[in-house]
Design a protein around this ligand. Structure first.
Ligand SMILES: [Zn+2]
Length: 340
């Protein structure tokens, strides 16, 4: 089934900008251009994205970008409870793709498609070829390879099944050009690390209204190990048997992986569920946590201010005491070498 959805090399070649550049990021960019011309619904999504209004809000020592994007209403307001998910047909399974929707296989298990409602130029979705649930355990090593393969131009994001994934029943990631997320430049400013070894640097920067960890390493095994340790520690503080609520952003630059991990308290803030004028349709995933608020309604876009934004971040980010316990736990593991 996926073979039928694979874009033909002869259709892609005219869009390869640099001579014979067959790198994955070059082919992704070519796919995006090819699909803009041959898949009408995607072209409309792209044109809507291009008309997005944007403004920045200063938030303490950092800033975030608000993006008024009416075409994202379906995604932002998607019902993601198990019952609704079971009743809809999965938009990431090959039999349900648009007729003109084509993509590129990645490895044996993945397939890359354009995002029909892009938030950025060259916004793509990397979907597992099987209808398997969204969860990171067991797939993190593939993510590390994938991020290296789409570097240096693309970053990858992951939304956990309970905090941002619009298809919690079908494993997928998203990728887009690196310079779009404000936090990507803000989070790496000099700050003391909580763990500093010859294998990895882990930071817990403050002053961003939301809490997150930064990881930097040139060793895939080290990053994989510490990511796993963080999930175990988070699961203990969340008292849940399911995957802890997380989003992350990852990139690979100059031989090093860099990841920002957002532990979450909840998916949608209270204002999302309110009625009438009290309601604000804001549904934060990795992109919003990394500093781009995707807002599909004009009235919400216009009235969102720094105080409300700070409040929303505080509501959906992991609570301070839980975050402190996570940091303590990671320090303890580093000191005692008691990895799990
Ligand atoms: Zn599916």
């Amino acid at each position: 089934m996926w073979a039928k959805k694979t874009v033909h090399t002869r259709d892609l070649t005219p869009y390869i900008t640099r001579d014979h550049d067959q790198s994955l990021s070059s082919r992704l960019a070519a796919l995006y251009e090819q699909q803009k011309r041959s898949w009408p619904q995607f072209r409309r999504g792209h044109e809507a994205m291009k008309k997005a209004q944007v403004r920045t809000i200063q938030l303490g020592g950092c800033w975030v970008r608000c993006q008024y994007t009416p075409h994202r209403i379906t995604s932002v307001s998607a019902r993601v409870d198990p019952r609704s998910i079971a009743r809809r047909s999965c938009f990431l399974c090959p039999e349900n793709l648009y007729p003109r929707e084509k993509g590129l296989p990645y490895g044996e298990d993945y397939f890359i498609l354009c995002n029909v409602s892009p938030i950025f130029d060259f916004h793509v979705v990397i979907t597992h070829q099987d209808h398997v649930p969204q969860q990171i355990e067991g797939h993190f090593d593939t993510v590390l390879e994938l991020v290296r393969d789409i570097s240096p131009h693309f970053v990858l994001i992951y939304n956990g099944p309970r905090c941002g994934a619009s298809a919690p029943d079908h494993l997928h990631f998203q990728a887009f050009p690196a310079q779009n997320l404000p936090l990507e430049s803000q989070a790496w400013a000099v700050h003391p690390h909580i763990i500093e070894t010859d294998q990895i640097l882990i930071g817990a920067p403050s002053g961003f209204s939301r809490r997150f960890l930064t990881f930097e390493s040139d060793r895939s095994e080290a990053l994989s190990l510490w990511f796993h340790q963080s999930l175990v520690a988070l699961a203990e503080t969340e008292a849940s048997v399911r995957e802890p609520m997380i989003n992350f952003v990852m990139e690979y630059q100059e031989g090093r992986w860099r990841m920002v991990l957002f532990p979450r308290r909840k998916h949608r803030p209270r204002c999302y569920h309110r009625r009438g004028d009290q309601q604000m349709l804001i549904s934060p995933g990795a992109i919003d946590m990394a500093g781009v608020f995707v807002i599909p309604r004009k009235k919400d876009y216009e009235r969102l201010d720094a105080a409300t934004l700070h409040h929303i971040y505080q509501e959906v980010t992991t609570p301070e005491d839980r975050f402190s316990r996570l940091v303590e736990k990671l320090r303890e593991i580093n000191e005692t070498g008691a990895y799990r």
